[in-house]
Design a protein around this ligand. Structure first.
Ligand code: F6P
Length: 546
C-alpha cells in the first residue's frame, strides 16, 4: 500500500521510527558495538562492486527494518518503476526524468511518449565518439590548420560541475597532450584566466547549455568567440572549427554561429544536474576517450540495475538514502560531510552539492503543501587527509552532529612508497575515532593533567558511512555517481517532494536581468527596489564612473 496522500509524519513507519528513536537515542556507538560485536561485518553491503560499511551509524537492525517499512509505505517501489518507465515524475515541470536512459546499453528499450529513446542516446554517443577520436588524433584541425591542444568547456551548474568533477576524477585516464579548462562564472576573471596563456588557433570551445539561454554561459560564449576571432584574423567562418555546442536548442546554436552539424543533442528529459553522462560530458570523452566514457556509462548502468532490482534492505542507494533520512530527520543532523580519500575526487563534494541540494532543497511537497520535517541537509566536504588539518576539529569535538561519508579505494592509481597505506590508515582511523571517541578515563590514564582532560576527551558517537571500492576507474566513478543520484531520489520520494525542479534557482536568473539595465543604462535610473538595493545600485554606478 502506498500512502501517497498521507502526510509523511502520519505514516505508521514514521511514528514507529519516532518511538524507536526515543528508545535508542542515548545508546552510544560503543554500546551498540559492545552488545553486537558482529555488527561491523553484518551492517555492510557489497553490491555492484561497491562496499558500504554502514555499521558506524547510530542505528540497529530494527532501525533499518523500520526505515525499510517507511520506504514501502512511501511508495518507493512504485516511484522507482515510474522513473524507469519514463513517466513525468517531475510534476512541476511536467517532464520525465530519464537519466537512466543515458546509460542504457545499446539494444535495450526505454520508452518516452511511445518512443524508444535508447537508439537516440546511442546515435549521440556515436557522434561524440567520432568527434572525440578526430580531435584526439589531430585529424580535426583548427581554422589555421593547427591541431587542437586546448579544450575549454563553457557551461554552468549541471553543464559545468559534472564535467569538471569527471575531468578531475578521471585525469589519470586522460590524454595529457590535451589541456582542459572549465569556465562557468560570469565574472570575467574566469574566462580571462582560462584563456590568457592559450593560442586561439589551438583552442576548441564546447558551449554546454541545455537551453542555450543561460546568462553566464551565453555571456562567456560571446566573449570567447570575440577572443577566438581576434586571434584568428576576424573571419566569422573560423568559429565553425573552434566552437561546438551541447544543447537541446538548435535554433539558438545556429543563431550563435555554430554549425548545427557540430551540435550534440540532449533531451528535455535529462535534468541539468543529471546530465554529465549525456553529451554534456563531451569534455570527459575528449579527455579520456570513447572507451573510457563507455566504461563510465557501464558503471552507471550497473548501479541503475542494482537500484531497480535489489530488495530495499540489500540496495545501496536505498540504504544510503534511508540512513540519510534517519540522520537528518531523527538525529537532527543539519549537514553531511562528504570526504573522499582520493585526490582525484577533489571536486566530488562540489558536484554533490548541486545534485543533493538543488534536488532536495524544497519546502513543499509535490502537492504544494509545506513539508512537516526538514528536507535536504547541507552537503559539503574536501578530500582527506587535507580536511583533517582543518574542519575535522569541529566534526570531532564541536557541538554539532555531522554524519560523514568516507570514500576510499583499495588501490592507488599512483602507488608511491607508503603513501597509500598512510592514506588508508587515516580514513579508517577517522571513522573509528568519530564513532568511539576517547573517554575522560582513557585520557586520564595517559597521564593527562585533570584540567586538560575535558579538552582532550572525545565524545564519539558521530555517525559515518565508509564506501570502499577497488580502484578509481571510469566504471567505479559511474557507480559512485549513480549511487548518490538514486540515494537523492529515495530521500525525495520519502519527503514526497519534486527532486527534479529548481524554481529557487530560476528566480535568481529573473532578478538579475531586471537590475542589469539599471547598472548599464547611461541615465540615472528611477529605482523601485527597497532602500538598501537602491542605494547599493546608486553607489556602484557612482563609483564605477569615477
Ligand atoms: O542552475 C539552474 C540550472 O537550471 C541547472 O539545473 C542547470 O544545470 C544550469 O542551470 C545550466 O543550465 P543550462 O544547461 O541550460 O545552461
Amino acid at each position: 500500500m502506498t500512502n501517497e496522500f498521507q502526510p509523511l509524519i502520519d505514516r505508521a513507519a514514521w511514528k514507529n521510527l519516532e518511538a524507536h528513536f526515543r528508545e535508542i537515542r542515548d545508546r552510544h556507538l560503543r554500546t551498540l558495538f559492545a552488545d553486537d560485536p558482529a555488527r561491523g561485518e553484518r551492517m555492510t553491503l557489497d553490491a555492484a562492486g561497491i562496499f558500504l560499511d554502514y555499521s558506524k551509524n547510530r542505528a540497529t537492525g530494527k532501525t533499518i527494518e523500520l526505515l525499510r517499512q517507511l520506504a514501502e509505505e512511501s511508495g518507493l517501489r512504485a516511484a522507482i518503476d515510474a522513473m524507469f518507465r519514463g513517466e513525468k515524475i517531475n510534476r512541476t515541470e511536467n517532464r520525465a526524468v530519464l537519466h537512466v536512459a543515458l546509460r542504457a546499453p545499446r539494444g535495450t528499450t526505454i520508452t518516452f511518449d511511445g518512443e524508444n529513446v535508447v537508439p537516440q542516446v546511442h546515435a549521440v554517443l556515436d557522434k561524440m565518439a567520432e568527434f572525440s577520436l578526430r580531435v584526439r588524433s589531430g585529424d580535426w584541425k583548427g581554422h589555421t590548420g593547427r591541431r587542437i591542444r586546448n579544450v575549454i568547456n563553457i557551461g554552468i551548474g549541471g553543464s559545468d560541475l559534472g564535467p569538471v568533477m569527471a575531468y578531475e576524477a578521471l585525469r589519470f585516464y586522460s590524454d595529457r597532450n590535451l589541456n582542459f579548462r572549465f569556465v562557468s562564472n560570469v565574472d570575467g576573471t574566469d574566462l580571462a584566466e582560462a584563456t590568457r596563456d592559450l593560442d586561439p588557433a589551438e583552442t576548441l570551445f564546447i558551449v554546454s547549455s541545455k537551453t542555450f539561454t543561460t546568462l553566464e554561459t551565453m555571456t562567456n560564449a560571446e566573449s570567447a568567440r570575440e577572443w577566438s576571432l581576434k586571434g584568428l584574423g576576424g573571419e566569422a567562418r573560423a568559429v565553425a572549427r573552434h566552437f561546438v555546442a551541447v544543447s537541446t536548442n538548435a535554433a539558438k546554436v545556429a543563431e550563435f554561429g555554430i554549425d548545427t552539424a557540430n551540435m550534440f543533442g540532449v533531451w528535455d528529459w535529462v535534468g541539468g544536474r543529471y546530465s554529465m553522462d549525456s553529451a554534456i560530458g563531451l569534455s570527459t570523452m575528449l579527455a579520456t576517450g570513447p572507451e573510457n566514457f563507455r566504461s563510465l556509462l557501464n558503471g552507471f548502468h550497473q548501479m541503475d540495475e542494482h537500484f531497480r532490482t535489489a530488495p530495499f534492505e540489500r540496495n545501496l542507494p536505498v540504504l544510503m538514502g534511508l540512513l540519510a533520512i534517519w540522520n537528518n530527520n531523527f538525529l537532527g543532523a543539519q549537514t553531511v560531510a562528504v570526504l573522499p580519500y582520493d585526490q582525484y575526487l577533489k571536486r566530488f563534494p562540489a558536484y554533490l552539492q548541486q545534485l543533493t541540494m538543488e534536488s532536495n532543497g524544497k519546502h513543499v511537497t509535490v502537492d504544494g503543501i509545506n513539508v512537516a520535517c526538514d528536507t535536504s541537509p547541507v552537503y559539503w566536504g574536501e578530500p582527506g587527509t587535507n580536511g583533517q588539518h582543518s574542519f575535522y576539529q569541529l566534526i570531532h569535538q564541536g557541538t554539532r552532529l555531522i554524519p560523514c561519508d568516507f570514500i576510499a579505494f583499495v588501490r592507488s592509481l599512483n602507488p608511491l612508497g607508503r603513501h597509500h597505506d598512510l592514506l588508508m590508515a587515516n580514513v579508517f582511523a577517522q571513522a573509528e575515532a568519530l564513532a568511539f571517541g576517547k573517554t575522560p578515563e582513557q585520557v586520564k590514564a595517559e597521564g593527562t593533567a585533570d584540567w586538560l582532560v575535558p579538552h582532550r576527551a572525545f565524545e564519539g558517537n558521530r555517525p559515518s558511512n565508509t564506501i570502499l571500492a577497488e580502484r578509481l576507474t571510469p566504471e567505479t566513478l559511474g557507480k559512485l555517481i549513480a549511487l548518490y543520484e538514486h540515494s537523492v531520489f529515495v530521500q525525495g520520494v520519502i519527503w514526497n517532494i519534486d527532486s527534479f525542479d529548481q524554481w529557487g534557482v530560476e528566480l535568481g536568473k529573473v532578478l538579475a536581468q531586471r537590475i542589469v539595465p539599471e547598472l548599464e543604462g547611461p541615465k540615472e535610473p528611477s529605482l523601485q527596489h527597497d532602500s538598501s538595493t537602491n542605494s547599493l545600485i546608486l553607489r556602484y554606478r557612482k563609483l564605477k564612473s569615477t
